[in-house]
Each structure stands twice: as C-alpha cells, then as structure tokens.
Ligand binder design. Structure first.
Ligand code: SF4
Length: 497
C-alpha cells in the first residue's frame, strides 16, 4: 500500500513537472547524458556478447540514439506533448513494467506454457470501412457492417494484456476513426483500455479539433497519418484536397500536444521524393511529426501489381538513405522492409524469440502479418468456443512460420545469421511462403488473396523479386554487416570516441 502511494506520488510528480524538468537546461543536459550513456552501455553489452554482427549492433545503437533525441524534441520543441501523455506513459511503464502490474507475470506464464516468448503486440483492424477511396486500397470496397463487434474487440484487448502481456496495440484499417459498434467508437475503446498505449494508422482526415482535444485528454493514443508525398502525389492517390486536410489534422494535434507520426508508402514512383531532405524536414521539423514509418508497396489486395514495388536497386538505396536520415537527423524512422537488423528479421506469427506480432482483421481473421493475407483461425470462432489467445498462438500455420524464422536467423545451424536485409517470407522468400501455405491451407483473407495463390505470373514475379533482391543485398550484407567481425576493434572505437 505504502509502495503504491509512493508510486502514485512519483507518477504525479513526473506528470506535473516533466515539462519544466525537460526545459531546465541543467536537468535536461543531465538526463540526456544519462540516456546517451544507457544507449552506449547497451551497444557495449551487445558487442561484448558477440551474438549479433557488428553492423546489427551499430544499427540498434543508432536507432536508440534517435529515440532519445526524439524524446527531447517532443518534450522541449515548439509544440511539446501534453502532460497527459507524460502521465500515461509513466503509468504504463512504471506500474506495468517496473512494478509488474500483470505484464511481467503474464509473459512468464506464457513462456512456461509454450516455451517461447509471447507476441510483443497485436495489430488490429477493427473496421473495413473508410471515408476515402484511395487507388488500389482493399478498404474502398468495404462498408460499415464489416467490423469486429464491441465485445470481441474488447475481449481481444483484455486477453492481449492478460495472456500475452501486451501493453502496446497498433490499430489499422479501413479508417480506424470510422469504427462504430453499439454506438461506441474507437476512442471509447482506447479510453476503456487506459492501461495500454495505442498507435493507429489513419488517413487523418477525421481528426478535427474536438477529436484532437479528446485524444489529449486521454493520453494513450498516437495517430500515424498516411502521406504519399507532396500535395500532388497525395491527392493523386487519396483524392483531391486530402493533403490539405492532413495539414489541418496536424495543426489540431499540435495545438493540443498530441504526439503524432507519419506513415509513408513507398512505390517505384515516390520512393525518392519521400526521402529527400526537404520532405523529411517539412514533416519532422516543421509539422512536428514525432516518428515515421516507411512501408514499401506490397502487391496484395485489390488489383495487385508487382509493377508498383520499388525495384531491388531502389530498395537497397532506400536502406542506405534511411540509415543516413536516422544517423544525421536523429529521427525515429523505421523502414519496415529494410530494417530487419533492428528487430532480428521477420516478426510475423508472433515469432518465438519475442517482439513479434499477429494481425486480426474486421472479420476476426487472425493472420501472421498485415502483408500475409492468409488466416490460421478466426477470433470470433475462438471466443465462441471458449478458447483464448493461447490457442491462437498454437495454430500449426503460425508454428510452421516460426520454425522457418528460427532457422533463417541461424541459417539452419551454421551459426551465421541469415541476411537480415532480406528476411521477409512473402516478399523476399515467396517460394517459402507458398510451401508453408500449401502445407497448412490457411483461409485466404479475401478473393484477391485466393486468386494470388493461383496466379502463376504473380508467383513468378514475386519469386524473381526476392531472388534479385537477395543477390543484390547479399554482398552488401557481407561487406557492411558480417565482414570485419572484430568486436574488440569496435569496442576500442567506442571507448575512444
Ligand atoms: S512477413 Fe514480411 S512484412 Fe510481415 S513481418 Fe515478416 S518480414 Fe515483415
């Protein structure tokens, strides 16, 4: 009891004084020094462990530094985040992690039962409906009745906490802000699960003043707004006037101190534009985005075409450019297909060594990944049969994928890591994906996913893409990540810097 009172007082203090502490130059310097030291210690420990290639340790160190600079920016920049966020994040981190408000013990029970670590998060698309009609998007054939019921959605989040020990949920779409069931919306759900933090991909056009104000009062939700490029390119795909609506949404979010990010879909045609200095500076340093995610166009869904994918050459250039941006601008900008080094490769199927995820869509279908549209089971059936997320995890389709990931990480026991620049089992190892799908016969998410399995031309071009990219990236992986495996030299460089 005494501990809880002290803890509550501590959290109150952080929430009330977090901003002023961060604005005090002496305190700020002290905190930054400590944080940088912690990042450095992590890097040193990784090098000493000699478990990962030096280049992998270095990438993780660079991203950790970018996170620290980002935290400084969103606390002390011209549009600091609202105190509610500082309070909520402190509560979630301190109560759940440091004091084990259920999080640590849930993860331990899971490990005792499965001998593997639980998925680190869920990605949930509670509705297929959307207010826009973007070219090529699966959601534009959706309607408001294609959604998870309030009860199932609620139960899913409760079990994610209690069984997987999840504190972080990603919401995708359709457009999440259009979700409504029994008169209740996504934000009602976010408020109900105030002990979790949510990030949501959104087109941003429904974030008006009142929504931004409500988000700031809630403090546990951050929108990542989709941008295709500058105005012309964004409006071309998402509809005339969308770009301006996005800027209005960002304005509203800044006004109330809601931290937000951007989500960039790279195609063959915009992949250079979205990584220029001007573009990045505009969204990160003028609009105030706290973070960004890069996704490369993935040919699934309606009218899939491999033609839009960034070419293997473009992808490798993006890999280098993305690290340049992280290193030089200190921004948190993970590139979903190019930053396998950060997360140990593919994270689908709630992979066995932790930090993985599962995807649940509006029909309740549970899939290994947003980009692998084949369902092992359905959460509606699971709950109706009185089963739970343990049973979901045990599905043979997911197990099969996890075994492949384990082998890939260790290159089938050779002791050398598989190329973490090309770890994706639908994009870079499409033939493997097809074998696993053929063995397990999961339920295709929709008609295009079913057709894709029968489409020889699609299959051949995906396999070719994967092989071309491996051929191109293998020498780079060898040169920049595996060669000069001299940990002692890397440690000496760290001590002398
Ligand atoms: S299947 Fe591909 S896109 Fe999905 S988590 Fe694995 S690497 Fe990422």
């Amino acid at each position: 009891m005494a501990n809880n009172t002290l803890l509550r007082m501590g959290i109150d203090y952080i929430a009330r004084h977090g901003q002023s502490i961060a604005h005090n130059p002496i305190a700020r310097k002290l905190i930054m020094n400590q944080a940088m030291k912690a990042a450095e210690n992590g890097y040193r420990a990784n090098l000493q462990a000699e478990e990962y290639p030096i280049g992998v340790c270095r990438d993780r160190y660079e991203m950790n530094k970018a996170i620290i600079y980002t935290a400084e920016r969103i606390l002390t920049g011209p549009h600091p985040i609202a105190n509610t966020y500082i309070r909520k994040l402190s509560e979630i981190m301190i109560q759940n992690i440091a004091m084990d408000g259920g999080y640590v013990s849930a993860q331990k029970s899971f490990f005792n039962r499965h001998g593997q670590r639980p998925p680190g998060l869920l990605v949930v698309s509670p509705t297929k409906s959307c207010n826009l009609f973007c070219t090529g998007c699966y959601a534009n054939s959706g309607n408001a009745s294609e959604k998870l019921t309030w009860q199932v959605f609620d139960e899913l989040l409760t079990q994610a906490k209690e069984i997987y020990g999840n504190l972080f949920i990603v919401i995708s779409g359709g457009e999440p802000f259009t979700y409504k069931d029994q008169g209740k919306t996504l934000l009602d759900m976010v408020e109900k699960h105030g002990d979790m933090f949510f990030m949501s991909y959104t087109n941003g056009t429904l974030i008006d003043d009142a929504t931004a104000r409500r988000l700031a009062l809630t403090g546990n939700f951050s929108p990542a707004i989709s941008v295709e490029g500058w105005r012309e390119r964004t409006d071309e795909r998402r509809g005339k006037g969308t770009y301006d609506k996005i800027l209005v949404a960002m304005d509203n979010l800044r006004k109330y101190g809601v931290p937000f990010g951007i989500s960039l879909t790279a195609t063959k045609y915009n992949c250079e534009e979205i990584m220029t200095d001007e573009f990045i500076d505009h969204f990160f340093f003028q609009q105030g985005a706290a973070y960004g995610w890069i996704f490369h166009y993935m040919p699934i869904g309606r009218s899939f075409t491999t033609e839009l994918m960034p070419t293997p050459e473009q992808r490798l250039k993006m890999q280098q450019r993305s690290w340049e941006l992280v290193r030089e601008k200190h921004i948190f900008l993970p590139d979903f297909w190019n930053h396998g080094t950060l997360v140990d490769g593919c994270i689908a199927s709630g992979r066995s060594n932790g930090g993985g995820y599962l995807y649940i869509n509006w029909d309740g279908k549970v899939m290994p990944c947003v980009f692998v549209p084949y369902a092992a089971t359905n959460i509606n059936t699971i709950f109706a049969e009185g089963k739970d997320l343990n049973h979901v995890y045990e599905e043979p389709f997911f197990n099969d994928i996890r075994s492949w990931q384990d082998a890939y990480r260790k290159k089938n026991g050779s002791g050398k890591h598989g190329n973490l620049l090309a770890p994706c089992f639908i994009r870079d190892h499409h033939d493997v994906m097809r074998e696993i799908v053929a063995r397990n016969e999961p339920d295709p998410e929709n008609e295009p996913a079913r057709e894709a399995l029968l489409d020889k031309e699609y299959r051949d071009s995906m396999i070719k893409y994967g092989k071309d990219y491996q051929e191109l990236s293998n020498p780079f992986w060898e040169e920049h990540y595996l060669r000069n495996y001299d940990y002692k030299k890397a440690l000496a460089e760290l001590e002398n810097k």
